[in-house]
Design a protein around this ligand. Structure first.
Ligand code: UT7
Length: 349
């Protein structure tokens, strides 16, 4: 079975730069707090009306497709990872198919938040390995700026998120050395609610009180959305930051070691680790735990914030564009986030 290689890679960051100081007009925070706790100096926000999660994904995809030396019509499958799709449904994959005038190919959306891109890559990798498809477009994109709580109440979440997109084209490898060596996917739903956006959703937690028991289907149906949800900020992401942090610094090293050990490598063999850009302190902790040098870990959260499913492909693309990844290099992608879900991919460039 052939391995899959990244034949083309692209990224898209919206033009608008939002500094930590720009956020002061909305919430009680400070540049000092944000930099000290997260490493973030600035992030990008998409154009309010002209850009969506899909349009940013499309821009990244165009570059990846061109660099792969093919056209959108050659793509035979799309996997799109995001937690903030343009619509509640349908997903962004079909919108990419439409925007790029592709053939009537399959389009799949992956909802695995911060580890979404690595999960999406793993799905695409299986289709390449089995010979089902030859040119798969994998995208991670987010427009967080439209769905976060800009009041002081939501500051622990809103200061970390940024917008952007990254994309790769996967193809079967033509040699036996290069390609994705293995992918490793994990989850633990025990803490699903500590990093989540509860509404709109079908959990019906609001309507369990006795007073709602007499409501008929139509009345409850109309309560899918309520003023109460908005007033209580339940339409925004919620995060118990310290609890997520504690789990992340255990699971990141674990899943990176798993990938290395599975393929008979050690951290010394690693040319570059591309961790999901959740928090610079998390990346630094992982680096220290694995005893990696500064040159072995790529971080760009300082300039883009946490772009969830887009962070790994944006960082991978930027590192490659800067010449930090060359043919034959061992590269590890790793992510951890909501779910919890965590994942890694080890590849020979
Ligand atoms: O992307 C995938 C998943 N997400 C992550 O991996 C994120 C993991 N967690 C984190 O990165 C960190 O927990 C945060 C950056 C979210 C928060 O940093 P922290 O050092 O864990 O702070 P904390 O939540 O423990 O809050 C410490 C204090 C609190 O004040 P009190 O109670 O000590 O008076 C917060 O209210 O900092 C306050 N605080 C802020 N202050 C200024 C929280 N957010 C802010 C803010 N500006 N933006």
């Amino acid at each position: 079975m052939p391995r899959s290689i990244i034949a083309g890679i692209g990224k898209y960051l919206p033009e608008r730069v939002v500094t930590n100081n720009d956020l002061l007009k909305y919430m009680d925070t400070s540049d000092e707090w944000i930099q000290e706790r997260t490493g973030i100096k600035e992030r990008r926000y998409a154009h309010r009306t002209e850009e969506t999660t899909t349009t940013m994904g499309v821009e990244a995809a165009k570059i990846a497709i061109e660099r792969a030396g093919i056209t959108p019509q050659d793509i035979d499958f799309i996997v799109f990872a995001t937690l903030c799709p343009d619509y509640y449904f349908p997903g962004c994959g079909v919108l990419v198919q439409r925007a790029l005038k592709m053939k009537e190919i399959g389009a799949l959306d992956v909802r695995n938040q911060c580890s979404g891109f690595v999960y999406a890559l793993s799905v695409a990798d299986q289709f390449i390995r089995t010979g089902t498809y030859k040119n798969i477009l994998v995208i991670g994109a987010e427009k967080h700026s439209f769905g976060i709580d800009f009041s002081t109440r939501g500051r622990n979440v809103s200061v970390i998120f940024g917008d952007g997109a990254g994309a790769v084209v996967l193809q079967p490898a033509t040699d036996e050395q290069s390609g994705i060596l293995s992918t490793h996917l994990h989850s633990d739903g025990e803490s699903a609610e500590i990093l989540a956006m509860y509404n709109p959703g079908t959990h019906a937690n609001h309507w369990k009180e006795e007073k709602y028991a007499a409501f008929d289907d139509a009345e409850i149906g109309q309560m899918f959305f309520s003023h109460n949800m908005i007033d209580q900020a339940q339409i925004f992401p919620y995060m118990d930051g310290p609890a997520v942090f504690k789990k992340a610094i255990v699971k990141f090293p674990e899943v990176i070691n798993e990938a290395l050990q599975k393929n008979g490598y050690t951290t010394k063999d690693l040319r570059l680790l591309i961790p999901h850009q959740a928090n610079l302190r998390i990346s630094q902790f992982v680096q220290q735990k694995l005893q990696l040098s500064d040159e072995q870990v790529y971080n760009n959260i300082q300039h883009y914030g946490n772009t969830t499913a887009a962070s790994v492909p944006i960082a991978l693309c930027e590192a490659w564009e800067k010449g930090k990844i060359n043919k034959g290099d061992l590269v590890c992608l790793a992510a951890f986030g909501s779910g919890f879900t965590w994942a890694s991919a080890l590849l020979k460039w």
